[in-house]
Design a protein around this ligand. Sequence first.
Ligand SMILES: Nc1ncnc2c1ncn2[C@@H]1O[C@H](COP(=O)(O)OP(=O)(O)O)[C@@H](O)[C@H]1O
Ligand SMILES: [Mg+2]
Length: 278
Amino acid sequence: MTQTTTARDADRRTAGGRREHALIRVRGATKVYDKGGVPVHALRGVDLDVHEGEFTALAGPSGSGKTTLLNLIGGLDRPTAGTVEVAGRDVAGLDKGEAADFRLAHIGFVFQAYNLVPVLTAYENAEFTLLLRGVAAAERRAAVTALLERVGLGELMDRKPHELSGGQQQRVAVARALATRPRIVLADEPTANLDSEPSTALLELMEELNRELGTTFLFSSHDPVVLDAARRTVRLLDGRVVVAEEGGAAHASAGADRSAAAAGDGAAEDRAPGPGTR
Ligand SMILES: Nc1ncnc2c1ncn2[C@@H]1O[C@H](COP(=O)(O)OP(=O)(O)O)[C@@H](O)[C@H]1O
Ligand SMILES: [Mg+2]
């Protein structure tokens, strides 16, 4: 079967001889949008592996393809060519309903534009995916309250999105994405509208989930707070990956040589010991 073959191809051996399968595996991803008859090449053949437990940033200037790539990985959009495999599933081959189910089961998505439901309160927005998952009321309340307090919105839970600032809405969006304790969090510029203090608090929350639950994080950002916290930075430019060094806690030794080389030109950072050192 195609699926099995693809999964086997994604296996690899690390320097230690351990067999590993990337949790997110993108190969040759190309995305061409049509803008009134004019093709826009958002991605031009992107390869990317993200392993379980990574805490990785996708950097690059506006228009470089960050949002497009996250959308392909989250099954919100399909590549024009290439493959996108997440947790062993060919997400590009899922129809809309299957993709929604897949996200609900595995992925927390923080949208650049928040995408909160305007008629629901902060609390109800953050609770939404837990309701969809059929989580019991008491468990929902405990999880949502704790998360909203954690992101500094404990007093604002009953406000609707239009009664919140951009940064507050962004924090609701993050709480919603984290509420189900997903295996993978894809976050599109999660700190774009935040000052450094709330940005740092959000990053600490994410690092904690990464450390304690092994949640895999892939976030796009230009924010130095985020890039500093990331254990690996993949840089996009004009729809291509320009620097993608192996790094992170799980691959510190395997990637050390290349990381050192990449860091030498100032284009990439690799903080191998992990977020605990911050
Ligand atoms: N729906 C769309 N239709 C047409 N062009 C798009 C669409 N989405 C993105 N693009 C274009 O694709 C390129 C990459 O965009 P994007 O992925 O949003 O980059 P980034 O998130 O890095 O700013 C840009 O040139 C953008 O204008
Ligand atoms: Mg974007």
